[in-house]
Design a protein around this ligand. Structure first.
Ligand SMILES: Nc1ncnc2c1ncn2[C@@H]1O[C@H](COP(=O)(O)OP(=O)(O)OP(=O)(O)O)[C@@H](O)[C@H]1O
Ligand SMILES: [Mg+2]
Length: 317
């Protein structure tokens, strides 16, 4: 909750200085800033490629040297990223020299044991945590040199448990970012309708307060809220870990559907290998700060790169 508020307050602060973006294209422009030309062109290419190529194999694209030269700009690229927390008890990095790319429209799962570095990696994608060394690129732009307030407006963020404002109705929660961005009434209505359609939230809940909703419904509203600003990328940190197994299965099915319909890139943290295999087009395994493997579920199952990955997969259903 506090992280979200912090993010939102930063957003609010920025809104005072910055006029709203009228459309998705405008928003993208605002997010991508002055070097927009190249990045946006590459982004558009990715869209075209994705549409033509849609299907199970579409998300699989790894870098050979010649392919890399023509490859579209990844949504998020980690380049030799390390993080050592100042107040860490030992000198072991939370993340140690991680390099991998999440392509546009990928559903990338970060999986591994507790304390492995998953959340640290995730929060580097929207600048909530700065790398100690290396760099993280969002559609080709170094996050460290990007206006992070604008960046966070374009990146949805969903965390475990309820991150909703308890004193706001469901509608106000969902429209929080669009209102900060001073969407017109019409744009707000569109954003709300789209978010409800994608998440399957019944409009009868709009006037209710979060406390009147079940855990699963609150998570759905959290997702709707993250989608209402029409983001390209959504970060999700163990979003379903606080709900019961049946609700969790439902939410998993729904997020797969949302990912496909909204053409999103999702970075999703879990410690559950079954969830990773079920949802991910790509899986990044990390343990004690060290990247173990990054590949498709099939690649991991066929060729586990380390004994840790092997052990993790041995535990799956
Ligand atoms: N703000 C912080 N200050 C100091 N150390 C931190 C901080 N945040 C995380 N760490 C440490 O960095 C390491 C990685 O933490 P991180 O939260 O990224 O792991 P995680 O994989 O998300 O774990 P979990 O599954 O328990 O959420 C851990 O050893 C943790 O104690
Ligand atoms: Mg974590």
């Amino acid at each position: 909750m506090s992280e979200q508020i912090e993010t939102d307050q930063t957003q609010e602060h920025a809104m005072k200085a910055k006029a709203p973006s009228a459309s998705a294209a405008d928003s993208a422009q605002a997010a991508h800033g002055s070097t927009m030309g190249d990045a946006q062109a590459a982004h558009a290419n990715t869209d075209a490629a994705h549409t033509t190529d849609a299907g199970a194999g579409a998300a699989v694209q790894q870098t050979s040297t010649s392919a890399a030269q023509q490859a579209p700009v990844p949504a998020v690229r980690y380049d030799h990223v390390s993080k050592v927390y100042d107040d860490a008890e030992d000198a072991e990095p939370a993340v140690d020299d991680a390099s991998f790319s999440v392509a546009d429209h990928d559903f990338a799962m970060f999986v591994g044991s507790s304390g492995g570095g998953k959340t640290t990696l995730l929060k580097m994608a929207n600048g909530l945590i700065a790398p100690t060394s290396g760099a993280v690129y969002y559609f080709g732009e170094d996050v460290a040199h990007t206006d992070q307030v604008k960046l966070r407006r374009k990146i949805g963020y969903v965390i475990q448990g309820s991150m909703l404002f308890p004193n706001m109705t469901v509608e106000k929660n969902i429209l929080y970012v669009p209102r900060l961005r001073k969407f017109s009434k019409e744009q707000q209505a569109e954003a709300l309708e789209r978010a409800l359609a994608l998440t399957g939230i019944d409009s009868k809940y709009l006037t209710k307060y979060p406390a009147a909703l079940s855990g699963g419904q609150q998570q759905r509203v959290g997702i709707a809220r993250a989608l209402a600003g029409n983001p390209d990328v959504v970060l999700m940190d163990e979003p379903f870990s606080a709900v019961d197994e049946i609700t969790r299965r439902q939410l998993q099915t729904e997020i797969i559907d949302i990912h496909r319909k909204a053409k999103l890139t999702i970075l999703f943290v879990t410690h559950d290998i079954d969830e990773a295999l079920r949802l991910g087009t790509k899986i990044m395994v990390i343990n004690r700060g060290k990247m173990q493997q990054f590949g498709t579920p099939d690649e991991l199952l066929a060729h586990p790169a380390t004994s840790y990955v092997e052990q993790l997969l041995a535990d799956h259903d």
